[in-house]
Design a protein around this ligand. Sequence first.
Ligand code: 9MR
Length: 361
Amino acid sequence: MKHFLILPLLAFVLFSCSKRTAILDPILNPVNGILRDLPLQSPKSTLKDMPFKVGASVSAELLRSNPEYRALVMKEFSSLTAENAMKFWALHPEENTYNWKDADEIVDFAKANGKRMHGHTLNWFEVPGWVTNFSGDTTAWENLMRTHIQTVVTHFKGRVSSWDVVNEAIDENGGYRNNIWLQKLGISYIDKAFQYAHEADPNALLFYNDYGHDYSPIKRTAILNLVNGLKERGVPINGIGLQFHTRYNQPDADITSAITSAAATGLLVHISELDMTVNPNSDKNLTYTATLAEQQAAKYKFIVKTYYAIPKAQQFGITTWNVTDGDSWIPGTYNRPDWPLPFDANYKRKPAYQGILDGVK
Ligand code: 9MR
């Protein structure tokens, strides 16, 4: 009789030990060493339960083909941005061809799962070849820009509630970025892009989105001057997107300056593309230690805490750029190992995840 009891007990003890070892022993984790799935603060709390929207940029292809990715996105986030599917080259690859498939799939997914959908982006320097090769006078260029913006905004009207209208119009020295729109239309292209978007959907919230607030005071000042000028001229702008492709060792004071100065515009503030390199020097042999992961978590926490201190009415939300370390754009773009996000490549929560939750404690 006794061994009927002992066997299950033994199995349970062995099972518990093996789980514990797997969690604590970095060598047994096949992917990134120290990563582990954190227990949640309470069984039900996820990023969806934060006091403001928490989103991620997503890929249509991964949502379609990867059930774990899809389940994680469903479970954790309350807002989505298309990583690439709404870019000019994705939606409008030829002059008379629009390709809505990927973007519509993401928007349908967001709607079916009760998530806010943020649009990215109506105007950017990255354009398809047909735009680069387009020839025409100022009116023809205005028409091209208006047609694109209004066709896209109209297509998603009522389904996409906010847009990054103009993306990255300021260069590293604080001047206007020398892109095709500046060359063909002059600086008024920025005002016009907002006006065209507003005409097509007066209910959509319109954002100016850029990077560098956290590490470049010159760029930050130029961006704030730009958005304050838009406001003063009565251009329909509702918010400012701080991309925040930041670093685990960016000084706290820089982060505070970036967030509080954006809030001082009175606009909605969206931390729109948050990720955090732990390998800013591109060390090809770097490993992700527990210390590095904890430092990263502390910086995530500081960002969230600082954001949570701005007026509630301006808290549009925080969006991470990509979902996990496995789909981050950073390792491929910079050809280096990196672990920038709150989830590891196995879809498990990292210390950075807990850092985000702790930021609003
Ligand atoms: O993550 C995006 C990557 O997959 C694309 O190849 C790249 C070029 O379109 O854009 C990346 O996203 C960028 C975003 O659209 C604007 N801010 C910087 C982001 C990272 O480069």
